[in-house]
Design a protein around this ligand. Structure first.
Ligand SMILES: [Zn+2]
Length: 259
């Protein structure tokens, strides 16, 4: 039921600390065990996510960043980037898109895990959080095509073409990953978000994973968008055509300057 595929590099881009642990953490733990290098990008630090009056938004953000780093480490992830946007106020702005392009070009992920840009009224009892929607839109807009276009933000580094976008929390999954070997790590990662989740919620993860795996195995379900096919996987991840174009243009402008 699963594609046994392990990319060399991956990135998960989400709105809040704990979005990855409720989503793709089992797949990520499986991939890092097989040698993938994974980066987490967390757009807000979840600084309004409490009813406990002993927190300020600053102290809550600090705690949630610590919780997210601990959760990441359990899944073999040591690069965690917080963008510091204000929780509850994220919009899919050009500023956010540019921040994501910067990180995509820096870490050059082959696969990006994204939230679902089409999820709005996901079920009859849930309206998708506006931060989730905003981050999802900014993510897919950053990937296609901006990050791979050499004339967009040349100051942010060499263009990079992401190969696949894996949409988590999707209603239209087409790919399932068996997380039998990492469901315990996923639960332990979620357990690190002490300011957010109860042990009952942590235990719920196993049940939800089994539901996703149709009762057969614990699984995570995704909709996978393929931008560069795996047949071309031996090609370098960096978009060399775009790089060549850029260096040719640089040479041309140098010679113009000299002339
Ligand atoms: Zn969230």
């Amino acid at each position: 039921m699963s594609k046994e595929f392990t990319p060399s590099t991956a990135m998960a881009i989400v709105a809040h600390p704990d979005d990855i642990e409720f989503g793709c953490a089992g797949t990520i733990a499986k991939w890092t065990k097989r040698g993938s290098r994974v980066t987490y990008v967390v757009v807000t630090s979840g600084n309004i996510g409490t009813h406990d009056p002993s927190f300020t938004s600053v102290s809550l953000a600090e705690q949630r960043e610590r919780e997210q780093r601990a959760a990441a480490a359990i899944c073999g992830v040591h690069d965690v980037e917080f963008l510091g946007y204000h929780d509850g106020e994220v919009m899919p702005t050009l500023e956010l898109r540019k921040d994501l392009v910067r990180l995509i070009r820096r870490y050059k992920p082959e696969v990006v895990f994204s939230m679902d840009p089409t999820a709005f009224l996901s079920s009859s009892d849930y309206i998708n959080h506006p931060d989730h929607r905003a981050v999802a839109v900014a993510t897919v807009d950053a990937i296609a095509p901006v990050a791979s276009m050499p004339l967009m933000y040349p100051e942010l580094g060499a263009p990079h073409a992401v190969h696949e976008v894996w949409i988590q929390w999707t209603e239209k999954p087409d790919t399932w990953v068996d997380i039998s070997e990492t469901i315990d790590l996923k639960m332990d990662a979620l357990r690190q978000h002490k300011s957010q989740v109860s042990e009952e919620t942590v235990q719920g993860l196993r049940r939800w994973a089994l539901d996703a795996g149709k009762g057969l195995v614990p699984a995570e379900a995704y909709r996978v968008i393929t931008l560069v096919s795996r047949d071309q996987k031996d090609q370098p991840i960096v978009d060399t055509t775009a790089e060549q174009e850029l260096s040719q243009r640089e040479k041309a402008s140098e010679s113009t300057a000299k002339g």
